[in-house]
Design a protein around this ligand. Sequence first.
Ligand code: ADP
Ligand code: MG
Length: 334
Amino acid sequence: MISQAKLTHALEGVLVPGARRDVVKMNLVRALSASGDKVSVVIAAVALPPPAQEWLKSKVEEVLKGEPGVKTVDVKVIAAKPAEVNVVGKVIAVMSGKGGVGKSMVASLLATSLQREGKEVGILDADITGPSIPRMFGLSGVKPAGNEDSIIPVLSATGIEIMSINLMLENEDEPVIWRGPVVAKVIQQFWQDTLWGMLDYLIVDLPPGTSDAPLTVMQSLPVAGAVVVLSPQQLAAMVVRKAVKMAKKLSIPVLGVVENMSYFQIPGSKKRVEIFGTSHLAEMAEAAETTLTVQLPIDPKLAALCDDGKIEQYRSKDFDAFAKALSTAKVRQA
Ligand SMILES: Nc1ncnc2c1ncn2[C@@H]1O[C@H](COP(=O)(O)OP(=O)(O)O)[C@@H](O)[C@H]1O
Ligand SMILES: [Mg+2]
């Protein structure tokens, strides 16, 4: 008897062209069976141009033929849409009352921490008019693969799947000046027409504020929970309350609150200076009905890593603990 598990394991060695992830993780193996010395496999050719489909077909055949006991292999390639093969565990939206509080940085750190825990993670950059995720991961100028109707996300240095409008633009500096409905359409396409494959988490970097754009994302994606980012300023506290209220109205639980730029740690001393005033974190967490909070200091190292596209190298024990607690929070699945 040829074992199914062994065949699957063999297929884990076949990378999807343009994705750097294997056919099993991308959920492209739609059927796999063995009878005697014959193996039959059905592969969904999602987001692949014809030459890549041909390559994939022969690679699958070759790998399976290499397994002991296998004489003949029948590979059938079928057409499929990303939405038919994507299996996303939890969609977590990162939101803030206003821009510039470190929302994209927090979305990136959250993805990084979850990935370090061994989870499969993707980031959907839904901040269409101010996309900054590719830059933080050093992916400026990298173009995603795909065909006419589907896209393959770009993979970060540590293996996080990333989709952002900035990866699609000819020139990164090009401003995106589309109207609301177009922006909403693009975000929906990033969700539906991207081959995410099998993910434990999809982190969505929402546009800032409580306008139409973040609202659309929350309504059109199966968001399991939100993470709210704020800074210690008084004004920020007011806008955060609005963001929390918006999530509540849409029945999306706030899973955690991140206070960014909480303090500055004087180098070589234990002294912390609260540059932007005293913390409102406890009060905000209460308003959001969550007990899960974390503070991030103003850290020049963090700013440099963001600028250099090396956010994945930042380590914070506090933030890792926050991400871990978040991952065990009970929320509805996508
Ligand atoms: N805690 C921090 N310490 C140092 N620099 C930070 C911190 N948080 C954010 N920054 C800097 O601010 C920039 C803007 O952050 P970003 O996450 O893009 O904000 P937002 O998405 O809310 O507009 C980052 O690129 C980074 O350089
Ligand atoms: Mg941003």
